[in-house]
Design a protein around this ligand. Structure first.
Ligand code: F6P
Length: 325
């Protein structure tokens, strides 16, 4: 039976990470497992920035954005020497298992670490991008979508008052999940995502159809990693190819999408995943990510979450087209 575990958050932070930390700590206490927190992800593991947590350490955090353990993307852990130091620190504390809350970079590090030192890790998917295979939703995604939506609603007011076309950039380097859901909920005329090419000609065509129907303002949601470029680049391309005078503005939502109070959905998801991660370690799982698919807890090997893409639902893009006519 595993007796001592540690929890850390790594990579880009996501609202709900604190709810997950809380669930990991409280579940461990419930089962009589000693639990340690590692600050600043793998960097803190290397530096030995590790402390024992109790039920009290996670009081009053379920509603807070960010992560009380702080987060980092560690270059040092990518080196053999870095991982050696991290292992020595974990040994000092007698830590036998890890809960890693993060994304694919975090899980890649954990897999290499296990191959070298045999410390089992169960990952909990924490990223606003929702780009991890093995779970329907990741911690932070729902909050990020709602944050983007609130901004889109506000921009629509001013777009309408001034008869303008707005290009709104949302996060998602390789993933269009935030763009699609916030775009649909915000009634966007066009949504551009990295997974599916929307050529500039098609954007112009859609805008023209709108003008012909006397549509005076339009919202185009662009995921930052779109193939045609980011929102500013897409807007420039449109301006240079359209001969009529249109009033275009660009808004980049940026890191506002990473912060804020987690939604009820994210808190519940994070709580279930935190509990599932600890029970997973207790049941001998290693190198897996705990996820929820069709409302059921599922453990997926890291090698699959890292390797396999999580396709977007193209039917959603079809819906954007139909509903914006
Ligand atoms: O992976 C989460 C994410 O927010 C991406 O959507 C975005 O591209 C990236 O992190 C931004 O990273 P950073 O915080 O390092 O600028």
């Amino acid at each position: 039976m595993i007796k001592k575990i540690a929890v850390f958050t790594s990579g880009g932070d996501a609202p709900g990470m604190n709810a997950c930390i809380r669930a990991v700590v409280r579940t461990s206490m419930y089962y009589g497992i000693e639990v340690y927190g590692i600050r600043r992800g793998y960097n803190g593991m290397i530096a030995g920035d590790i402390y024992q947590m109790t039920s009290h350490s996670v009081s009053n955090i379920i509603q807070r954005g960010g992560t009380i353990l702080k987060s980092a993307r560690s270059k040092e852990f990518m080196t053999k020497e870095g991982r050696q130091k991290a292992f020595e620190q974990l040994q000092k504390f007698g830590i036998e298992g890890l809960v890693a809350i993060g994304g694919n970079g975090t899980f890649t590090g954990a897999t290499i670490f296990y191959d070298e030192y045999g410390i089992p890790t169960v990952g909990a998917p924490g990223t606003i991008d929702n780009d991890l295979f093995g779970t329907d939703y990741t911690i932070g995604y729902d909050t990020a979508v709602n944050t983007a939506l609130e901004a889109i609603d506000k921009i629509r007011d001013t777009a309408d008052s001034h008869d303008r076309v707005f290009f709104i950039e949302v996060m998602g380097r390789d993933s269009g999940y935030i763009a699609i859901q916030s775009g649909i909920a915000g009634g966007a005329e066009i949504v551009m995502v990295p997974e599916v090419l929307t050529p500039i000609t098609e954007v112009i065509e859609t805008l023209k159809q709108g003008w012909n129907r006397s549509k005076s303002s339009s919202i185009i949601v662009v995921a930052e990693g779109d193939e045609e470029g980011n929102a500013a680049e897409v807007a420039e391309k449109i301006k240079s190819r359209v001969d009529i005078d249109i009033d275009i503005r660009v808004t980049t939502l940026g890191h506002i999408q990473r912060g804020g109070i987690p939604t009820a959905y994210d808190r519940i998801l994070a709580s279930r995943l935190g509990l599932g991660a600890v029970e997973g370690l207790m049941n001998g799982h290693k190198n897996v990510m705990v996820g929820i698919i069709n409302n059921e807890i599922i453990y997926t090997p890291f090698r699959d979450t890292i390797r396999l893409p999580k396709p977007i639902n193209e039917d959603m893009l079809r819906m954007v087209k139909i509903l914006s006519t």
